[in-house]
Design a protein around this ligand. Structure first.
Ligand SMILES: Nc1ncnc2c1ncn2[C@@H]1O[C@H](COP(=O)(O)OP(=O)(O)O)[C@@H](O)[C@H]1O
Ligand SMILES: [Mg+2]
Length: 355
């Protein structure tokens, strides 16, 4: 049995459904991420799990128990917010101790547990510091420790790294992974940042307009997106309008802006139908005349180069007019704007999407 089971949950504000028939199963010990653009319903869904928002229909079960009618403070769930929500007049120690004092635990036990929690988030030296004297990352760690002190069955994290600068965010991502592994508490993490979702999660649910578009491991939502929305939202992808010319068991033959492309098979594709061919920039190879061994290869002209240090992202206008992105390491041959190039990819790279 899943730890958290959301069945056909809906939440409306007036006639607008912020959460629209969402079903999800989250296993004990999972680092599960809700990923989607701003306004897609992530916070609303977290609030429904925490009990701050009622369901208009559907059910949520935790450990097999229907949560409807159970108030937030009685649920074994804790939420960590982006704003940290620390008490400014309390030290790090007292902030973390707060839930235990509310539960009227003996002071000796509180002391032991808070010191352990401070150690877990590497803040042992900051026990007596007030929030204003802590960095953003340290405040975030206090908020995490406070969230974990009561050993919730489920920790909900709402965009909790969004306010940190890029470098600190990556550090905190690594700490979160370690902490979750160490404590074994199930995390439901909310973010609109696809790179963060890919880096942290065991599984990701991609949300769009209150609905689940796809659920899967990072490699499967990235590598096998179910539709254009997921393909586009996660990572970079080039898209070309395409017509199916042949749908065979082991390949598709597409015509896309004057190019003939061999693509991986798709059962539901029918000859004559329209969709798109999509391919990730890192699957595209580029050379002068030396990649004609690939099944799909075309001539093109480099339109722009985005230098990123370790890699460069090229935009190439192909014969026929399609625009294709190629991501190449700068350790190999590099190219400049207006270079005439040959671009290609394997017959099993890229995908046809008709949704
Ligand atoms: N209390 C509310 N009243 C009316 N509309 C709301 C309320 N809460 C959220 N919404 C709307 O529901 C949608 C989803 O919001 P939210 O869950 O906050 O999205 P996210 O967290 O993914 O950015 C948004 O369009 C938002 O404006
Ligand atoms: Mg939100």
């Amino acid at each position: 049995m899943a730890l958290l089971e959301i069945r056909n949950a809906t939440r409306r504000f007036g006639r607008f459904a912020a959460i629209d028939g969402v079903s999800l199963s989250i296993e004990a010990g999972e680092f599960f991420t809700l990923l989607g653009p701003s306004g897609c319903g992530k916070t609303t869904l977290l609030r429904m799990i925490a009990g701050f928002e009622k369901l208009d229909s559907g059910q949520i079960f935790l450990d097999g128990r229907d949560l409807s009618g159970i108030p937030p403070e009685k649920r074994p769930v804790h939420t960590v917010f982006q704003s940290y929500a620390l008490f400014p007049h309390m030290t790090a120690f007292d902030n973390i101790a707060f839930p235990l004092r509310m539960a009227k635990r003996p002071e000796r036990e509180i002391g032991e547990r808070v010191l352990k929690a401070l150690g877990d988030v590497r803040l042992a030296e900051k026990s007596d510091a007030y929030p204003r004297n802590l960095s953003g990352g340290e405040q975030q760690r206090v908020a995490l420790a406070r969230g974990l002190i009561n050993r919730p069955r489920l920790l909900l994290l709402d965009e909790c790294l969004a306010a940190l600068d890029a470098k600190l965010r990556v550090e905190m991502q690594i700490e979160l992974i370690d902490l979750q592994k160490e404590l074994g508490i199930t995390f439901v993490f909310v973010t609109h940042a696809q790179d963060e979702a890919l880096a942290l999660s065991h599984r990701i649910a991609v949300l769009n307009r209150g609905r689940v578009e796809q659920v899967g491991e990072p490699s499967s939502v990235y590598g096998s997106p179910r539709n254009r929305f997921v393909a586009d939202f996660i990572g970079h992808i080039s898209q070309i309008e395409a017509v199916v010319r042949e749908s065979a068991p082991r390949h598709l033959r597409l015509e896309a802006q004057g190019l003939e492309i061999t693509a991986p098979p798709m059962k539901s594709a029918v000859a004559g139908e329209k969709g798109i061919f999509a391919i990730r920039p890192e699957q595209v190879r580029m050379g002068l005349d030396d990649i004609t061994d690939l099944r799909n290869h075309y001539r093109g002209t480099v339109e722009s180069v985005l230098y990123r240090g370790d890699v460069s992202l090229y935009k190439v206008r192909l014969e026929g007019g399609a625009l294709m992105e190629a991501l190449l390491p700068n350790t190999g041959r590099t190219f400049g704007v207006n270079d005439e190039v040959c671009v290609g990819w394997r017959h099993d790279a890229g995908m046809y999407l008709n949704e």
